[in-house]
Design a protein around this ligand. Structure first.
Ligand SMILES: NC(=O)c1ccc[n+]([C@@H]2O[C@H](COP(=O)([O-])OP(=O)(O)OC[C@H]3O[C@@H](n4cnc5c(N)ncnc54)[C@H](O)[C@@H]3O)[C@@H](O)[C@H]2O)c1
Ligand SMILES: [Zn+2]
Length: 359
């Protein structure tokens, strides 16, 4: 299997990925004189040594550590890192390496792109979520006032190196959160069959590597056709209209809030229901996906009284007009349609369906 995906930006993936790092530096005339590695306490603890053992030239890199978690994906953390880079005398030839999950990759790309009007950066994603999704595609940024990714820019890293071996230290919940994006790829594209996902085993290294590479190929191809999400890239938002609203509501109300992928899983069930009713998506495939999702994630307890809050969150999105909410809906397996409007009654009906769904 070809493990190098080069469309907008080179993505190398596989258990042997670190063998590509130094040749890549050489071929691209990147100097290792000033290397900075951004980590959080978990990627430092679980991933840094695994990587340093395999990329000798990184041994003299300067490590910059920030606190983990979405709550720290802020401009204040970016300022903290910019000050560190200045203190260490990083100049425009410095290479900034993001070693961590989606938070580190999103924020680190943003930090590097603005430091001294932009220094080069490399992503080394360490969560399953970032290996199959957040670590590549060019979206970088920070949150603002509790709202996600409000400040940021589209910019590609020089390269992305994906080492599946980092996945082993993630909790089952974190693994499944990323897996939800893979289920999404299996719905919106023909590249991964939903049947192959039911029995997927994270412990099986061959399967893990294969699934990561297939996922990267699917997303990279979509991104390369519409980098700034002006049209076709929106298909990647399937499941996210309702999923994001659930994620936000859960963050506001739950003591142990839903992870992004968990909310997406629920969102996909809802948006498939809309797809069946509005576009004739085949119910037998819907049942298969529902079964897969319920089996892996169970069901989020959606109280009837929160329907209004969910609708408000969806309607507040500036893309929605005149009481209509914009969705990506599925016409058939692998055939998503962007810019599909639904009215609030239709959305309430799907939330109702989700709530009454038998587990
Ligand atoms: N740019 C994009 O296209 C895109 C796509 C999807 C999500 N995102 C963003 O990604 C973020 C979510 O990413 P995430 O799920 O990776 O979250 P995360 O970065 O918060 O990582 C989850 C947790 O895992 C820890 N961790 C990281 N690597 C580990 C390892 N190998 N072993 C053990 N623990 C490890 C982290 O410290 C953190 O506590 C969100 O901010 C979201 O907005 C971006
Ligand atoms: Zn997502």
């Amino acid at each position: 299997m070809d493990k190098t995906i080069i469309l907008n930006c080179p993505v190398y993936a596989g258990f042997d990925v670190f063998e590509h790092v130094m040749p890549f530096f050489g071929e691209n005339c990147l100097s290792t004189d000033q290397l900075f590695i951004l980590v959080d306490e978990n990627s430092k603890k679980y991933c840094l040594n695994k990587m340093l053992g395999k990329t000798a030239a990184f041994d003299k890199a300067t490590i910059i550590e920030i606190k983990s978690g979405e709550a720290n994906k802020t401009i204040d953390t970016a300022v903290f890192v910019w000050k560190k880079l200045l203190d260490f005398g990083a100049d425009r030839n410095a290479i900034h390496i993001n070693l961590g999950g989606g938070v580190i990759c999103d924020m680190g790309g943003f930090i590097a792109s603005l430091y001294k009007r932009g220094i080069r950066f490399i992503n080394i994603p360490t969560t399953f979520m970032s290996q199959v999704d957040a670590g590549f595609g060019g979206k970088t940024g920070v949150d603002m006032d509790g709202l996600k990714n409000q400040i940021g820019l589209f910019v590609n890293p020089e390269a992305v190196f994906v080492y599946p071996g980092f996945v082993e230290t993630l909790s089952k919940r974190q693994k499944l959160s990323g897996f939800s994006e893979v289920i999404k790829y299996s719905v919106i594209s023909d590249g991964i069959s939903p049947d192959s996902l039911a029995g997927f085993d994270f412990e099986n290294e061959v399967e893990l590597e294969k699934l990561i590479i297939e996922s990267i190929k699917i997303k990279s191809k979509i991104v390369s056709e519409d980098f700034k999400e002006e049209g076709s890239r929106k298909v990647l938002n399937f499941g996210h209209t309702i999923g994001h609203a659930m994620e936000t509501l859960s963050l506001l109300n739950d003591s142990e809030p839903l992870l992004h992928g968990e909310a997406l899983a629920a969102g996909m069930i809802c948006e498939l229901f809309l797809s069946v009713n509005k576009l004739g998506f085949p119910p037998e495939i819907q049942q298969k996906i529902n079964h897969l999702i319920i089996n892996k994630y169970g069901k989020y307890n959606l109280e009837r009284f929160s329907f209004d809050s969910l609708l408000k969150l969806m309607l507040n999105d500036k893309k929605n007009q005149n009481g209509q909410i914009g969705f990506v809906l599925m016409e058939a397996g692998g055939k998503p349609l962007i810019n599909q409007s639904c009215n609030t009654d239709e959305v309430v009906a799907t939330l109702d369906y989700y709530q009454k769904l038998n587990t």
